[in-house]
Design a protein around this ligand. Structure first.
Ligand SMILES: *Cc1c(COP(=O)(O)O)cnc(C)c1O
Length: 354
């Protein structure tokens, strides 16, 4: 007996699903989803459902006030029968911190794991076996109360949806230096994985894409001077052969990949620094030759080289190296994630047997 209910439609949804050759990132939906609801201070029994539209009041706070936090993690099945997750406890803890910042109820570790494991177990046969591919899991928590009151909802929904994916955005990124819009300010919700942060970033991201770039690089809200991160990835800079990344100051999303790369890089012999990094230091460093490489990291793409940083007037700055240190780190991390290399950090975790 499982701890959650399985909708009668699930078996047919799974049987009717075939994994296409081209997966992209988020183009293909896994055939099932998990859902639990919060009412009167307690979580309901979870449900596994066929993937499909959900009912939500048009006046729900998730829609009207962006009362929504989410997570992103991957299940891997390269060279092994049983899928494994990469540092899923970190995603669970971060979701709890995001929920606390938004004063939403915490999804307990057992509930979080029930959700990601129910979906992963049901989709095991569709988890791609080729290196670089995986099942991307997207847990989220949203407020479902139907009213405009300026307070948190009293009802919530926790869901897990998933997508079989290829490695995201293969190739080097061109980023625009965003000098006008602000993604996150001190005291705001920048360190929560909240949908509203993406809302704040979409204008700049869309403008970047329209200019032939990939995404915007955010600067601090007070002075438009210090680098924060990209809209959905953290940033690293190689200066004099050492790794530098902006310190977590409350405005930056604490990426699991960022943390993993810091630990991995140290184990590979790189000095690492978490500190304030001015955009001018990077630009001057590229000119002087001190800054040799810039790259981004996150669950989706793991590590993406950045080939150029663009100003709004078309000037741009290109570090001499593209994908040198980044490639070494990406390959080392992916080998651990796919369990092709030993995991001295204890980061990977088997899907538990039902
Ligand atoms: C999710 C996310 C990241 C990357 O975090 P990972 O845990 O490494 O996937 C970076 N920045 C933002 C804004 C994010 O939402």
């Amino acid at each position: 007996m499982s701890a959650y209910d399985v909708d009668p439609g699930v078996a047919a949804a799974v049987r009717g699903f075939t994994l296409p050759e081209k997966l992209g990132f988020g183009l293909v939906n896994a055939p099932v989803m998990y859902s639990a609801t919060w009412r009167e201070g307690a979580w309901s029994r979870g449900q596994l459902l066929p993937y499909g539209p959900i009912e939500l009041w048009p006046g729900s706070r998730a829609l009207q006030y962006a009362e929504l936090v989410f997570e992103g993690l991957k299940a891997y099945r390269v060279g092994q029968e049983r899928p494994s997750f990469f540092r899923p406890e970190e995603n669970c803890r971060r979701m709890a911190r995001s929920a606390a910042r938004m004063s939403m109820p915490v999804v307990s570790e057992p509930l979080f794991f029930e959700g990601i494991e129910a979906v992963t177990r049901t989709c095991s046969d569709f988890i791609p076996r080729q290196s670089g591919r995986s099942l991307y899991l997207r847990p989220f928590l949203c407020g479902t109360e139907n009213s405009y009151l300026l307070k948190n909802s009293s009802t919530f929904r926790f869901m897990v949806i998933a997508n079989p994916v290829e490695a995201y955005a293969a190739g080097a990124l061109k980023v625009t230096i965003e000098r006008t819009d602000v993604r996150a300010a001190a005291g705001g919700i920048g360190e929560a994985k909240a949908a509203a942060n993406y809302a704040a970033s979409l204008r700049a991201s869309t403008a970047a894409v329209n200019r032939g770039c990939t995404v915007a690089l955010w600067l601090d809200a007070a002075h438009h001077r210090d680098v924060q991160e990209l809209s959905g990835m953290n940033v690293f800079v190689v200066i004099d052969g050492e790794l530098h990344t902006p310190a977590l100051d409350g405005t930056i999303l604490p990426g699991v990949t960022r943390d993993s790369l810091l630990q991995l890089a140290r184990s590979l012999g790189y000095a690492t620094h978490e500190r304030r990094i001015a955009i001018d230091e990077i630009i001057d460093g590229i000119r002087s030759g001190a800054c040799t490489e810039v790259f981004a990291c996150g669950t989706a793409a793991i590590v993406s080289p950045i080939e150029s940083l663009w100003e709004s007037d078309g000037r741009h700055h290109s570090p001499p190296n593209v994908d040198v240190v980044a490639k070494r780190l990406r390959e080392s991390l992916l080998a651990i994630q796919e369990r092709r290399a030993p995991d001295p950090f204890g980061w990977t975790r088997d899907l538990s047997i039902a």
